[in-house]
Design a protein around this ligand. Structure first.
Ligand code: FES
Length: 176
């Protein structure tokens, strides 16, 4: 009798421990299912625009896509001043001018290469070319580089947020 109740107690105790263990591992599993805080924030990428060098094209990443960031030289800015389409795509942060675009060819999605000597982009897949503004220089790309949603916050550019400058670009058909 005593043995039985002791076994019963041990059985319950074991059961309780097992249940706690099971809940513990469920909690652990749930934690591993939940995205990490960094992943949750991954919808947004914040770029400090003060770190870029003029004329140097840097490829950043946003939502798994390459993002081209080019701080334009005075020479490029002067050239674009004559072209309203190029000006409409320009992103001005403080005194600096940038091209920020999704770095995928709008033809079939290859990643074009920046040609520093020509200040343009060449897509090796079918020979498409894009100007430093992101506009098409040579077909077959059907349109200029797409511009990711962005919001300017001081010196920072938040990719993934739809700020007024990007909304205007979208509304006027500058980007998809
Ligand atoms: S994919 Fe770029 S030109 Fe065809």
């Amino acid at each position: 009798m005593e043995n039985n109740s002791r076994r019963g107690f041990m059985g319950k105790a074991f059961g309780a421990v097992a249940a706690v263990g099971a809940i513990g591992s469920l909690v652990a599993m749930k934690k591993s299912w939940d995205p990490l805080p960094s992943v949750k924030a991954a919808g947004f990428t914040t770029l400090d625009m003060s770190i870029y060098e003029e004329g140097v094209m840097i490829t950043e990443k946003w939502r798994g896509k390459p993002i081209f960031v080019l701080k334009k030289s005075a020479e490029i800015v002067a050239e674009e001043a004559k072209d309203p389409d190029a000006k409409a795509r320009n992103i001005k942060i403080g005194e600096d001018n940038f091209m920020v675009a999704i770095g995928l060819c709008t033809h079939l999605g290859c990643i074009p290469a920046f040609r520093k000597d020509k200040n343009d982009f060449l897509c090796a897949c079918h020979g498409g070319q894009f100007a430093a503004s992101g506009l098409v220089k040579k077909v077959p790309p059907p349109r200029g580089f797409d511009i990711p949603p962005f919001k300017i916050e001081g010196n920072m550019l938040v990719l993934g947020e739809k700020g007024p400058e990007w909304t205007k670009m979208k509304e006027t058909g500058v980007t998809l």
